[in-house]
Design a protein around this ligand. Structure first.
Ligand code: ADP
Ligand code: GN1
Ligand code: MG
Length: 369
């Protein structure tokens, strides 16, 4: 919490900071809700970016400027059906007109407008919620589908590049025998059995079969805000990983988060499963917005993405566990191992349901709603 109050004051042009409290469940950055008194706007979001993960936070701010301006331009041209709203967080400035503030310890702080009358949930509550999460991702991709990805910088090189994560894992295990337990041994065997074929998305990208587009990078369920009254999706937040990539990374990530009813933090990893009905509803919501810009090649790689994104995240958690928990925030030394087991189990469940999931993709690709 150190410096958070002073940081909040930097982004407060009017009124007085009444309260600063920790907010959200993020694994990387620190998020705070600031409450003001005597100001027209009563709250805003304050974040300290993790500069070990994002060594060039200025690139994140530059990207935010570029794509939020694009989104606003598009939103002015588009009308939404009655009862729907769609919001984009705004970057707040300091008194000196800067989009960030360095505290005396050198930490990087920035502030965003608060999206009001909205809530976020860690897991999907029902099929209507699943559809809204898919809608939010589809809408985000749709609104950015005409922003050339090369206009964005890359604040996190290698993000979602599975062959690179495998190389990093190999480097970590080459450093010594590491931690041993039945669970860790199971994870090592798991990775060994599945690493062949893990490059399929990257190979398709390199061969020009899948286009680079502007993507979100981290569309897990709790990054979709829902209107507090109607439950309709109103925003996709957590925008630090918006950059050039494959929509497959986003779809795979959104589905691995949404279709795991026990959630990625469950301690009961053996009970984890992939819910194919949630998958169907989420994809329907997505395609209601995205059908117009997807190619048939995009559909061809969808199952691979659904299967590989939990593998990627499981591998990232497991490698971080082996490396001493240097990337993700943890509550105990074994936390990343527990998270890895959840993702690996989820992937197994996807493999067991391959026929069903491919059937859903086929139905929806064919326009059956
Ligand atoms: P993290 O990278 O730590 O996940 P997020 O940007 O997702 O950080 O913020 C954490 C939580 O704070 C979100 O899940 C959401 O509940 C809330 N939040 C973040 N930004 C906003 C915003 N602009 N308006 C309203 N709530 C927000
Ligand atoms: C991290 O910051 P947060 O919690 O939204 C991670 C994502 C993972 C996610 C898993 C920059 O996201 O890639 O999918 O944890 N973000 C980064 O919960 O690595
Ligand atoms: Mg988040």
């Amino acid at each position: 919490m150190s410096h958070c109050f002073t940081a909040a004051q930097q982004f407060t042009p009017q009124g007085r900071v009444l309260d600063v409290k920790e907010y959200g469940q993020g694994n990387i950055n620190a998020t705070f809700l600031v409450t003001l008194e005597g100001a027209a706007v009563k709250s805003f979001i304050l974040q300290r970016l993790n500069t070990k993960v994002f060594p060039r936070p200025e690139l994140i701010m530059e990207n935010l400027r570029t794509f939020t301006a694009h989104l606003r331009g598009r939103l002015q041209q588009e009308s939404l059906p009655p009862g729907r709203r769609w919001e984009v967080p705004e970057v707040l400035l300091t008194a000196g007109g800067q989009d960030h503030w360095f505290d005396p310890d050198g930490a990087f702080w920035r502030a965003l407008s608060f999206i009001d009358q909205a809530r976020s949930q860690d897991t999907i509550q029902d099929l209507e919620h699943a559809r809204e999460v898919g809608y939010a991702l589809g809408r985000f991709h749709y609104l950015l589908s005409d922003l050339p990805p090369e206009r964005l910088a890359d604040p996190l090189p290698g993000f979602h590049h599975l062959p690179r994560y495998l190389r990093h894992y190999d480097q970590v295990i080459a450093q010594g025998p590491g931690k041993q337990s039945p669970e860790a041994d199971w994870c090592h065997r798991y990775v060994a059995a599945r690493r062949a074929g893990a490059g399929v998305l990257e190979e398709a990208k390199a061969a020009g079969k899948l286009p680079r587009r502007t993507i979100h990078g981290d569309p897990k369920v709790n990054n979709v805000l829902l209107d507090a009254a109607s439950g309709r999706a109103v925003a996709l937040i957590d925008l630090d990983t918006v950059k050039p990539g494959l929509v497959h990374y986003d779809l795979g990530d959104c589905l691995r988060s949404g279709c795991n009813p026990l959630g990625e933090e469950t301690g009961d990893w053996q009970a984890v499963h992939f819910d194919s009905e949630i998958c169907r509803a989420l994809l329907r919501g997505y395609l209601s917005q995205a059908r117009g810009f997807l190619t048939s090649g995009d559909y061809d790689y969808l199952f691979a993405a659904i299967r590989l994104l939990p593998f990627e995240l499981g591998l990232r958690f497991f490698t971080d566990y082996l490396a001493g928990n240097v990337y993700f925030k943890v509550r105990s030394p074994e936390h990343n191992l527990a998270r890895a087991l959840v993702q690996f189990r989820l992937m197994e469940s996807i493999e067991l349901q391959e026929r069903v999931i491919r059937g859903i993709i086929g139905e929806l690709a064919g326009g059956e709603f």
